[in-house]
Design a protein. Sequence first.
Length: 191
Amino acid sequence: MENEEQSFYRHRSRFNKLIKDGEWQSAEAAQLFYYLNRTCFNGLCRFNQSGEFNVPFGTHKSIRYATSFSRFKLLFENWAFTNRDIGALRIEAEDFIYADPPYDVEFTTYSAGGFSWDDQVRTAEWLAAHPGPVVLSNQATARIVELYEKVGFRINYLAGPRRISCTGDRSAAREVLAVKGLPELFERLSI
């Protein structure tokens, strides 16, 4: 595959057809998603309300595409990645969870149903109830900080780089890294 606009849109159409036909878990879909994500505008991952990948072609001078992912097979063979509602997850008490809920910003239409403040609260409470270790990131808005402190997380602040901006402002944003259930040494890391 190549970094060429016509090829990109042809592959994007094929990827969306695989989704529509229920073949989104196929090896072909995985390969196309990797290509699209590396070739699209700023590596953005966005789907419209019809479930189609709709990110436009990116203008990259060059792209280094990986040709093999075999080195990751052993590393991730005991991991489970998912993108479903947090309440539907089946987890063990000792499982480590890294959560990246939608950021507390004006744009919340990450999916057809959106992600409301009630969803933020429900997520925070669910994560707080998990007996195992939890790390999560979010925008450091006053209400996010208050919410996660209220449910028992230690809050660390960091400057999160911005690669995508509708206004062109790509200055770092203040983010939180909220931590629960890890040894205190790790919870108090200065980031």
